[in-house]
Design a protein around this ligand. Sequence first.
Ligand code: PLP
Length: 378
Amino acid sequence: MSTLASLGEAVVDLAAVAANVRTVAAAAGTELMAVVKADGFGHGAVAVARAATAAGAGWLGTTSAAEALELRAAGLTAPVLSWLHPPDEDFARLIGDHVDLGVSTVPHLHAIAAAAQHLGAPAHVHLKADTGLSRNGATAGDWVELTAWAAKYEVAGDLRVRGVWSHLANAEHPGDPAVARQIDAFEDAVRAARAAGLDPDLIHLANSAAALAVPRARFGLCRAGLALYGVAPGPAVPAAGLRPAMTLRSRVVNVKRVPAGTGVSYGPDHVTRRPVTLALVPLGFADGVPRSAGGRAEVWLAGRRCRVVGRVAMDQCVVDAGDRPVRVGDPVVLFGAGPDHPTVTDWARWAGTNPHEILTGVGARVRRRHENTAVAAR
Ligand SMILES: *Cc1c(COP(=O)(O)O)cnc(C)c1O
């Protein structure tokens, strides 16, 4: 490992991930799929997958083939579902590595069956219904053909339909009638799959928000991402007991006292109104500090929250420390698990985005450090 200093560090508490797995599983009362796409929402997919499966998650979920194979290469043997593939994906490789495949179209199904025939081993597939999100998944009109082909291939021994699934568009608003409509459409799709002769063991629809707040969406398995990282899916979702897993921290690299009327950062968009101490934090939008949060965001510095002033630059941002005694080298927490720390949810609000984008936006320059606070330090 390099001894060079990192300008920023994302400390990931794997004990928090484990605790969140148990909290969500208890709330849902179902088996859990830990969704570790996008490098575990920026937390490190392999480390999160290990912690989550050790804590009882029975499944791992990834978006892409590369993500699924990374888990296998690291020695993880838990069932993995991967769900977003180009039709010319190397399905043989995935089948050979026992990766279950989400399937939304007949051309994908043909390609997977051909790969399975070639390999001489059946593919495990989860057929995806589009119940209202209009992304992946087969529409009700295409579902008949998809399930009919799947039944044929199953009889031929080329694949086994292990699951039927879909994804919700607005579960963080559990009372939205569209959520109930999607569940109804999903139940129709499950019935139609059974009518086509399929017998899937796994019926799954819920993401974190639905796992926590929509009992009808839970079925036998919930696919949880955000909540496992300790972030509440939304104000209307009960999230008691979730522990933030990531702390994004840095250290002050420059401090200056400036008079009133001093321009700060590009533009300048900000001019000091009185004499203040400015602290330079060496993280910018290339590191995941959203440019859109400039002038609104706060960081934890010298025992209190201080505002980020002026434009966030690519590599750095400036914090108004007021009259606080701040020194070069002082720790700065951008978001964390402390009771007074800004949260990922705060940053999402300041940036006008969702917490997923804040977590996955933490850049490659930020060093990840995994901790396991087996005895919770809070
Ligand atoms: C990302 C994702 C999830 C996890 O969603 P969260 O809201 O983060 O829990 C579940 N299912 C699918 C298909 C996803 O793409």
